[in-house]
Design a protein around this ligand. Sequence first.
Ligand SMILES: Nc1ncnc2c1ncn2[C@@H]1O[C@H](COP(=O)(O)OP(=O)(O)OP(=O)(O)O)[C@@H](O)[C@H]1O
Ligand SMILES: [Mg+2]
Length: 475
Amino acid sequence: MIALTLAEVAEAVGGRLVAADPTVRVTGPVEFDSRKVQPGSLFVAFPGERVDGHDYAATAVEAGAVVVLGTRQIDGVPMVLVDDALSAMGPLARAVVDRLPELTVVGLTGSSGKTGTKDLTAQLVARLGPTVAPPGSFNNELGHPYTVLKADEQTRFLVLEKSARGIGHIRYLTTVAPPRIAVVLNVGVAHLGEFGSVEGIATAKGELVEALPAAADGGVAVLNADDPRVRAMASRTSARVVLVGEAADAELRATEVTMDERGRPAFMLVTPEGSAPVRLGLTGRHQVGNALAAAAVARELGMPLADLAVALGELRLVSTRRMDVFDRTDEVTVIDDSYNANPASMSAALRALAEFGRGRRTVAVLGYMAELGEFEQQGHEEVGRLAADLGVDRLFVVGESAAPIHHGASAVRTWGGVSVLVTDQAEAVAAVGAELRPGDVVLVKGSRYRTWEVVDALRADAVTETGNGTEGVRA
Ligand SMILES: Nc1ncnc2c1ncn2[C@@H]1O[C@H](COP(=O)(O)OP(=O)(O)OP(=O)(O)O)[C@@H](O)[C@H]1O
Ligand SMILES: [Mg+2]
């Protein structure tokens, strides 16, 4: 964070200083975990799921925190008192952004691919200047301001994932760090349960482009031309619209898309400045759209086409469990896409598996997709049907809650593959382990922890099977 006096902090959050010298400066990071506190830090104390941060206030001060942002006074601890310390991080973050006129904020949203595309965008723009982006999926009312507070005078670009769990959430996040450039990737049925309808999701995601400055003030909305609900958001912004995708009218366009034997796309990047061939090191055709969105941001920030084409080819996977491909020494390839799942990302992953499957046997281990609301039954069945239609050879469906995947696949009469419904992850580990043979490709995917044990066992197996003490090699 930039150095702020305690008086400035108190003013930013509308708080009251107690036992604190208003002229003292916060020079260290803002932290809510006392173990991360450094000399000069501001420690944020709030009740968490298991512990109350206030119990760690004194520890934080011993570790060097110059002030604690909290809701109740603690003897001997300099404090900024507020009604809600977690919420106070928003205005504090905003105060930092307002003091950094050189900073460009880039916000991304979408139903699938926010974190991955945030990682891609951050890798590209980091070539143009110091960049702050959150690790993993730090995108909510805590992670978002926490990331913003990492920015300082050196930072040029802040790349933020904006997630919505309801109407107004993204609008709120845009008040914390107002974006100049926004990216909307797609609108799907992820988190449908909380919104009720896909239209509701589109309304919520579109709040990001509504918050942009007008075109004349530099506002840029990067919209996926291939998703009608995203494209339609052009009417909800006064920013300049940059369409990206495979549609003929996209400003940044991918043509001649081909896939290699490991599901990695290559394409011609077509821009108003000219065209350049791009070969991605990432797995899945869906990465074309994600890469185009990231490229549009970097181009907007001044990256010339030639550099862009090189940089796109050098993009690497950062956040784990998202199309993370590794080979085992027994010649089994594993696609770990187990971070999360919804019908769109299941489809993207199954299609990537099918690319590997040209000449290899394919195995899919699929678990429950959370938060689908009334679409739950249908969503799971469709995924099962798709797996069968794509010709997956062996399907393992993990857990009763995911059973409609099994039923959906089994109902496809033309399918030559086999589906097995297993009760839990332990059973899946045993069944998959018994099934695998050299040359197989295995996709593991489900919502959050639903299939993590399976994929972790597959990683561990690489060790035990070869006995050489090394983990499977990452592609
Ligand atoms: N454009 C895309 N279309 C469909 N699926 C995608 C796309 N991009 C990424 N995915 C897949 O979506 C899943 C989630 O990816 P990621 O974590 O990047 O998304 P997210 O939007 O940040 O998710 P969350 O809402 O859980 O934070 C992964 O399985 C990933 O492979
Ligand atoms: Mg995410």
